[in-house]
Design a protein around this ligand. Sequence first.
Ligand code: MG
Length: 253
Amino acid sequence: MIYLKSSEEIEIMTEGGRRLAAVLRALTANVRAGMTTQDVDKMAYDLITATGDRPSFLNYKPEGAHKAYPATICISLNEVIVHGTPSPYDVIREGDLVKLDLGLIHRGFHLDAARTVGIGTVKPEAKRLIATTRKALDAGMKEALPGHTLGDVGFAIQDVAEKAGFSIAEGLTGHGVGRSLHEDPAVFNFGRRGRGDVLEEGMVIAIEPMINIGEGDIRQLKNDSYASRDGSLSAHFENTVAILKNGQRILTE
Ligand code: MG
């Protein structure tokens, strides 16, 4: 069931999104070689709680996961696509692709967003993957308008990925977001124009292309993270977007 948000609720989510965007800007500006993924997690926790908000992911148990999530951020390196768990043993290195996926709860509403950062000098193909995934998010968000469909959003994302010669990571999707972190509808990163649910005023969705350089097949690792099956690099960008009567508002940019 899709929960439509009132304009007051969207205002609350707008403030939450502004805060989350600021946290992600601070993280992307500060993540560097030599830090552990746990260092980044601590920074994320401190930034979110400093303004009185709470991390969305901490103690969250997604469907299909083996246990509740133990950290503030999902931080996934290189071939790991999403749900990477911070660790004091994972050191970020020059050339790594780091995916920072983060949510917070502001006045009862979740916001969800992700960025991919290349550490220092990354390979040209990795740079192209990051740029393509960002472009796919922009193309998907552009379609997130009242009267358009989720198929329009998915088609736009898929089109950017495939024209670049890359693959959509299979089985991973965006989602509705609100009082729960994951609400209906599923927001697929592929689709056909004009198909799927029609977007309407009050829907708030997290659009999140996850794109692999190689094949789209994925595998679940022991810690509940997902990686590309062929070990190829993957990138991830995400924003929470509200559908308004005559347009949209990108909440987490
Ligand atoms: Mg998400």
